[in-house]
Design a protein around this ligand. Structure first.
Ligand code: BTN
Length: 329
Protein backbone atom coordinates (compact mmCIF):
# COMPACT_ATOMS: atom_id res chain seq x y z
CA UNK A 1 0.00 0.00 0.00
CA UNK A 2 1.41 3.43 -0.98
CA UNK A 3 0.54 4.80 2.48
CA UNK A 4 2.73 2.20 4.22
CA UNK A 5 5.56 2.69 1.71
CA UNK A 6 5.49 6.47 2.25
CA UNK A 7 5.58 5.97 6.02
CA UNK A 8 8.50 3.54 5.70
CA UNK A 9 10.41 6.07 3.55
CA UNK A 10 9.72 8.87 6.06
CA UNK A 11 10.92 6.65 8.91
CA UNK A 12 14.08 5.81 6.95
CA UNK A 13 14.78 9.51 6.28
CA UNK A 14 13.93 10.49 9.88
CA UNK A 15 15.54 13.84 10.67
CA UNK A 16 15.85 14.87 7.00
CA UNK A 17 13.45 16.22 4.41
CA UNK A 18 12.35 14.22 1.38
CA UNK A 19 10.53 15.84 -1.51
CA UNK A 20 7.22 14.59 -2.91
CA UNK A 21 8.98 14.07 -6.26
CA UNK A 22 11.72 11.90 -4.73
CA UNK A 23 9.15 9.89 -2.80
CA UNK A 24 7.14 9.35 -5.98
CA UNK A 25 10.25 8.24 -7.92
CA UNK A 26 11.52 6.01 -5.11
CA UNK A 27 8.15 4.27 -4.80
CA UNK A 28 7.26 4.25 -8.50
CA UNK A 29 3.95 6.08 -7.96
CA UNK A 30 2.50 9.47 -8.94
CA UNK A 31 3.03 12.64 -6.87
CA UNK A 32 -0.75 12.74 -6.35
CA UNK A 33 -0.63 9.26 -4.83
CA UNK A 34 2.16 10.45 -2.48
CA UNK A 35 0.16 13.54 -1.51
CA UNK A 36 -2.94 11.40 -0.82
CA UNK A 37 -0.88 9.02 1.32
CA UNK A 38 0.57 11.96 3.33
CA UNK A 39 -2.98 13.30 3.89
CA UNK A 40 -4.21 9.90 5.10
CA UNK A 41 -1.20 9.45 7.39
CA UNK A 42 -1.79 12.90 8.91
CA UNK A 43 -5.45 12.00 9.44
CA UNK A 44 -4.27 8.84 11.21
CA UNK A 45 -2.28 11.04 13.60
CA UNK A 46 1.26 10.82 12.17
CA UNK A 47 2.90 14.24 12.66
CA UNK A 48 4.26 14.86 9.16
CA UNK A 49 5.75 18.31 8.64
CA UNK A 50 6.15 19.95 5.25
CA UNK A 51 8.64 22.65 4.31
CA UNK A 52 7.59 24.63 1.22
CA UNK A 53 9.66 23.72 -1.80
CA UNK A 54 11.74 21.18 0.11
CA UNK A 55 9.56 18.26 1.14
CA UNK A 56 8.20 16.26 4.02
CA UNK A 57 9.56 14.82 7.23
CA UNK A 58 8.27 12.91 10.22
CA UNK A 59 8.44 15.33 13.16
CA UNK A 60 11.55 14.68 15.25
CA UNK A 61 9.38 14.23 18.32
CA UNK A 62 7.10 11.66 16.65
CA UNK A 63 6.62 8.53 18.67
CA UNK A 64 3.82 7.08 16.58
CA UNK A 65 3.80 3.28 16.50
CA UNK A 66 3.90 1.82 13.02
CA UNK A 67 4.70 -1.43 11.29
CA UNK A 68 7.19 0.41 9.07
CA UNK A 69 8.96 1.93 12.07
CA UNK A 70 9.19 -1.42 13.88
CA UNK A 71 10.12 -3.50 10.83
CA UNK A 72 13.09 -1.22 10.03
CA UNK A 73 14.91 -2.46 13.12
CA UNK A 74 13.72 -6.06 13.10
CA UNK A 75 16.38 -8.81 12.84
CA UNK A 76 14.18 -11.87 13.31
CA UNK A 77 13.25 -14.93 11.26
CA UNK A 78 10.15 -15.91 13.22
CA UNK A 79 8.98 -13.37 15.81
CA UNK A 80 6.94 -10.56 14.23
CA UNK A 81 7.95 -11.49 10.67
CA UNK A 82 4.22 -10.99 10.21
CA UNK A 83 2.51 -8.43 12.39
CA UNK A 84 -0.22 -5.86 12.59
CA UNK A 85 -0.14 -2.54 14.42
CA UNK A 86 -3.51 -1.31 15.65
CA UNK A 87 -4.40 2.15 16.98
CA UNK A 88 -6.83 0.58 19.43
CA UNK A 89 -8.11 -2.87 20.35
CA UNK A 90 -9.93 -4.41 23.33
CA UNK A 91 -6.95 -6.61 24.26
CA UNK A 92 -4.09 -7.77 22.04
CA UNK A 93 -4.20 -11.20 23.75
CA UNK A 94 -7.93 -11.54 23.04
CA UNK A 95 -7.41 -10.34 19.45
CA UNK A 96 -4.89 -13.15 18.83
CA UNK A 97 -6.93 -15.76 20.69
CA UNK A 98 -9.86 -15.11 18.34
CA UNK A 99 -7.64 -15.53 15.27
CA UNK A 100 -5.08 -18.11 16.50
CA UNK A 101 -6.14 -20.92 14.15
CA UNK A 102 -5.18 -19.10 10.94
CA UNK A 103 -2.01 -17.27 11.97
CA UNK A 104 1.64 -18.40 11.81
CA UNK A 105 4.16 -19.03 14.59
CA UNK A 106 5.57 -15.69 15.74
CA UNK A 107 2.66 -13.55 14.47
CA UNK A 108 2.55 -10.36 16.55
CA UNK A 109 -0.01 -7.70 17.26
CA UNK A 110 1.01 -4.32 18.64
CA UNK A 111 -1.45 -1.71 19.89
CA UNK A 112 -1.21 1.92 20.91
CA UNK A 113 -4.21 1.57 23.23
CA UNK A 114 -6.27 -1.24 24.77
CA UNK A 115 -9.80 -0.64 25.98
CA UNK A 116 -9.96 -3.89 27.96
CA UNK A 117 -6.30 -4.79 28.65
CA UNK A 118 -6.09 -7.90 30.82
CA UNK A 119 -3.64 -8.70 33.60
CA UNK A 120 -2.94 -11.82 35.65
CA UNK A 121 -5.46 -13.19 38.13
CA UNK A 122 -8.38 -11.57 36.27
CA UNK A 123 -7.10 -8.04 36.87
CA UNK A 124 -7.32 -5.30 34.26
CA UNK A 125 -4.24 -3.65 32.76
CA UNK A 126 -4.38 0.10 32.18
CA UNK A 127 -3.44 0.77 28.55
CA UNK A 128 -4.10 4.40 27.53
CA UNK A 129 -3.13 5.73 24.07
CA UNK A 130 0.29 7.25 23.45
CA UNK A 131 1.83 6.17 26.74
CA UNK A 132 2.84 2.54 26.41
CA UNK A 133 3.15 -0.36 24.04
CA UNK A 134 0.90 -3.41 24.22
CA UNK A 135 2.18 -6.47 22.42
CA UNK A 136 1.02 -10.06 21.97
CA UNK A 137 2.83 -12.85 20.14
CA UNK A 138 1.26 -16.09 18.99
CA UNK A 139 3.56 -19.09 19.36
CA UNK A 140 3.11 -22.66 18.17
CA UNK A 141 6.06 -24.35 19.88
CA UNK A 142 6.43 -28.11 20.12
CA UNK A 143 6.79 -28.11 23.86
CA UNK A 144 5.56 -30.19 26.78
CA UNK A 145 2.86 -28.30 28.65
CA UNK A 146 4.96 -28.13 31.82
CA UNK A 147 7.54 -26.00 29.99
CA UNK A 148 5.03 -23.28 29.10
CA UNK A 149 6.49 -21.10 31.88
CA UNK A 150 9.70 -20.88 29.81
CA UNK A 151 7.79 -18.64 27.39
CA UNK A 152 7.03 -16.25 30.25
CA UNK A 153 10.67 -16.48 31.35
CA UNK A 154 11.75 -15.63 27.78
CA UNK A 155 9.38 -12.66 27.62
CA UNK A 156 10.69 -11.33 30.95
CA UNK A 157 14.30 -11.61 29.73
CA UNK A 158 13.45 -10.03 26.36
CA UNK A 159 11.63 -7.16 28.12
CA UNK A 160 14.62 -6.37 30.36
CA UNK A 161 17.07 -6.63 27.46
CA UNK A 162 14.87 -4.38 25.29
CA UNK A 163 14.57 -1.83 28.11
CA UNK A 164 18.36 -1.80 28.49
CA UNK A 165 18.75 -1.26 24.74
CA UNK A 166 16.00 1.30 24.13
CA UNK A 167 15.81 3.11 27.48
CA UNK A 168 19.41 2.65 28.67
CA UNK A 169 18.93 1.31 32.18
CA UNK A 170 18.77 -2.07 33.89
CA UNK A 171 15.41 -3.21 35.22
CA UNK A 172 14.81 -6.06 37.70
CA UNK A 173 12.65 -9.13 37.34
CA UNK A 174 10.38 -9.84 40.28
CA UNK A 175 9.66 -13.56 40.01
CA UNK A 176 7.95 -14.63 38.03
CA UNK A 177 7.03 -12.00 35.51
CA UNK A 178 6.89 -8.42 36.74
CA UNK A 179 9.54 -6.01 35.52
CA UNK A 180 10.43 -3.33 38.05
CA UNK A 181 12.78 -0.42 38.57
CA UNK A 182 13.27 0.87 42.11
CA UNK A 183 10.19 -1.13 43.14
CA UNK A 184 7.94 0.45 40.47
CA UNK A 185 6.28 -1.87 37.97
CA UNK A 186 7.22 -0.96 34.40
CA UNK A 187 5.95 -3.96 32.55
CA UNK A 188 3.53 -6.87 33.00
CA UNK A 189 3.39 -10.20 31.19
CA UNK A 190 0.40 -12.45 30.66
CA UNK A 191 0.93 -15.84 29.00
CA UNK A 192 -2.14 -17.81 27.97
CA UNK A 193 -2.14 -21.25 26.41
CA UNK A 194 -4.48 -23.63 24.70
CA UNK A 195 -4.05 -27.36 25.08
CA UNK A 196 -5.18 -30.20 22.85
CA UNK A 197 -7.45 -32.28 25.05
CA UNK A 198 -6.57 -35.59 23.36
CA UNK A 199 -2.78 -35.38 23.38
CA UNK A 200 -2.23 -33.05 26.32
CA UNK A 201 0.17 -31.12 24.04
CA UNK A 202 0.25 -27.37 23.80
CA UNK A 203 -1.64 -26.24 20.71
CA UNK A 204 -0.61 -22.60 21.00
CA UNK A 205 0.53 -19.99 23.49
CA UNK A 206 -0.07 -16.26 23.44
CA UNK A 207 2.38 -14.12 25.35
CA UNK A 208 1.22 -10.57 26.05
CA UNK A 209 3.48 -7.79 27.29
CA UNK A 210 2.46 -4.29 28.34
CA UNK A 211 5.25 -1.74 28.85
CA UNK A 212 4.60 1.67 30.43
CA UNK A 213 6.72 4.12 28.47
CA UNK A 214 5.52 7.49 29.78
CA UNK A 215 2.86 8.80 32.13
CA UNK A 216 -0.57 9.09 30.53
CA UNK A 217 -1.64 12.72 29.94
CA UNK A 218 -4.52 12.18 32.35
CA UNK A 219 -2.10 10.89 35.02
CA UNK A 220 -2.16 7.51 36.74
CA UNK A 221 -5.23 6.46 38.73
CA UNK A 222 -4.76 6.69 42.52
CA UNK A 223 -4.87 2.92 43.04
CA UNK A 224 -1.72 2.33 40.95
CA UNK A 225 0.08 5.68 41.19
CA UNK A 226 2.61 4.47 43.77
CA UNK A 227 2.99 0.97 42.29
CA UNK A 228 3.43 1.74 38.58
CA UNK A 229 6.43 3.37 36.92
CA UNK A 230 7.29 4.32 33.35
CA UNK A 231 10.49 3.93 31.34
CA UNK A 232 10.81 7.70 30.87
CA UNK A 233 10.84 8.17 34.68
CA UNK A 234 14.24 6.44 34.62
CA UNK A 235 15.63 6.92 31.12
CA UNK A 236 17.95 9.83 30.37
CA UNK A 237 16.39 10.26 26.92
CA UNK A 238 12.96 9.94 25.28
CA UNK A 239 12.08 6.34 24.48
CA UNK A 240 10.97 5.52 20.93
CA UNK A 241 8.23 2.92 21.07
CA UNK A 242 8.99 1.51 17.61
CA UNK A 243 12.64 0.93 18.60
CA UNK A 244 11.61 -0.55 21.96
CA UNK A 245 9.14 -2.92 20.28
CA UNK A 246 11.66 -4.04 17.65
CA UNK A 247 14.30 -4.60 20.37
CA UNK A 248 11.77 -6.67 22.32
CA UNK A 249 11.04 -8.82 19.25
CA UNK A 250 14.76 -9.28 18.50
CA UNK A 251 15.53 -10.44 22.05
CA UNK A 252 12.38 -12.58 22.19
CA UNK A 253 13.54 -14.35 19.03
CA UNK A 254 16.78 -15.39 20.68
CA UNK A 255 14.94 -16.53 23.85
CA UNK A 256 12.41 -18.49 21.77
CA UNK A 257 15.21 -20.21 19.84
CA UNK A 258 16.82 -21.28 23.15
CA UNK A 259 13.47 -22.73 24.30
CA UNK A 260 12.86 -24.59 21.03
CA UNK A 261 16.37 -26.06 21.03
CA UNK A 262 16.09 -27.22 24.64
CA UNK A 263 18.78 -24.80 25.89
CA UNK A 264 16.63 -23.59 28.75
CA UNK A 265 19.54 -23.43 31.21
CA UNK A 266 21.15 -20.75 29.01
CA UNK A 267 17.84 -18.86 29.11
CA UNK A 268 17.63 -19.27 32.90
CA UNK A 269 21.14 -17.78 33.23
CA UNK A 270 19.94 -14.66 31.38
CA UNK A 271 16.82 -14.59 33.57
CA UNK A 272 18.82 -14.86 36.81
CA UNK A 273 21.02 -11.94 35.76
CA UNK A 274 17.98 -9.67 36.25
CA UNK A 275 16.92 -11.17 39.61
CA UNK A 276 18.17 -9.23 42.59
CA UNK A 277 16.09 -10.42 45.52
CA UNK A 278 17.68 -13.81 46.26
CA UNK A 279 18.78 -14.11 49.88
CA UNK A 280 16.25 -11.42 50.86
CA UNK A 281 13.18 -11.79 53.05
CA UNK A 282 9.98 -11.96 51.00
CA UNK A 283 6.30 -12.42 51.71
CA UNK A 284 4.65 -15.36 50.02
CA UNK A 285 0.94 -14.97 49.35
CA UNK A 286 -0.67 -18.39 48.94
CA UNK A 287 -4.45 -18.72 48.72
CA UNK A 288 -4.72 -15.19 50.10
CA UNK A 289 -2.60 -16.00 53.18
CA UNK A 290 0.63 -14.04 53.66
CA UNK A 291 3.65 -15.88 55.06
CA UNK A 292 7.24 -14.68 55.60
CA UNK A 293 9.96 -16.59 53.74
CA UNK A 294 13.45 -16.16 52.33
CA UNK A 295 14.06 -16.35 48.57
CA UNK A 296 16.86 -18.87 48.04
CA UNK A 297 17.24 -19.58 44.32
CA UNK A 298 15.53 -19.98 40.97
CA UNK A 299 16.04 -23.52 39.71
CA UNK A 300 16.47 -24.71 36.13
CA UNK A 301 12.69 -25.12 35.69
CA UNK A 302 12.13 -21.49 36.65
CA UNK A 303 10.68 -22.47 40.03
CA UNK A 304 11.43 -20.27 43.03
CA UNK A 305 13.04 -22.05 45.97
CA UNK A 306 12.12 -20.51 49.29
CA UNK A 307 13.05 -21.27 52.87
CA UNK A 308 10.60 -21.17 55.78
CA UNK A 309 11.54 -22.29 59.29
CA UNK A 310 14.67 -24.02 57.98
CA UNK A 311 12.70 -26.00 55.35
CA UNK A 312 13.11 -25.42 51.62
CA UNK A 313 10.25 -25.74 49.15
CA UNK A 314 9.65 -25.10 45.44
CA UNK A 315 7.13 -22.55 44.30
CA UNK A 316 5.66 -22.99 40.84
CA UNK A 317 4.82 -19.98 38.72
CA UNK A 318 1.17 -19.09 39.08
CA UNK A 319 0.90 -20.80 42.44
CA UNK A 320 1.86 -17.82 44.55
CA UNK A 321 2.57 -14.12 44.52
CA UNK A 322 5.51 -12.61 46.27
CA UNK A 323 5.98 -9.18 47.75
CA UNK A 324 9.31 -7.66 48.56
CA UNK A 325 8.91 -6.11 52.02
CA UNK A 326 9.26 -2.48 50.79
CA UNK A 327 6.27 -3.05 48.51
CA UNK A 328 3.95 -4.11 51.31
CA UNK A 329 1.19 -1.65 51.93
C1 BTN B 1 0.02 -8.34 34.70
O1 BTN B 1 0.91 -7.59 35.10
O2 BTN B 1 -0.89 -8.73 35.44
C2 BTN B 1 0.06 -8.78 33.27
C3 BTN B 1 -0.28 -7.64 32.33
C4 BTN B 1 -0.22 -8.04 30.89
C5 BTN B 1 -0.67 -6.92 29.98
C6 BTN B 1 -0.47 -7.23 28.54
S1 BTN B 1 -0.69 -5.80 27.53
C7 BTN B 1 -0.67 -6.78 26.10
C8 BTN B 1 -1.44 -8.04 26.42
N1 BTN B 1 -2.85 -7.84 26.22
C9 BTN B 1 -3.55 -7.92 27.35
O3 BTN B 1 -4.79 -7.78 27.45
N2 BTN B 1 -2.74 -8.17 28.37
C10 BTN B 1 -1.36 -8.28 27.94
Amino acid sequence: MVRDDVLRALELHRGGLISGGSLARELGVSRTAVWKAITTLREMGFPIESVAGEGYRLAESSDALSEAGIAMELKTDCIAREMCVLPTVDSTNTYLKERAAGLPDGYAVVADCQTAGRGRLGRSFLSPAGSGVYISILLHPTLPLEQINMITVGAAVASCEAIAEAAGFEADIKWVNDILKDGKKLCGILTEASMEAETGQLSYAIVGIGINVRRPKSGLPDDISNIAGCLEDFSLHPVRRNALTAAFFNHMESCYQLILSGQTEALMERYRSFIHFLGEPITVIRNGIKEPATAVAINSNGHLIIEQNGQQSHMLAGEISIRLPEQMH
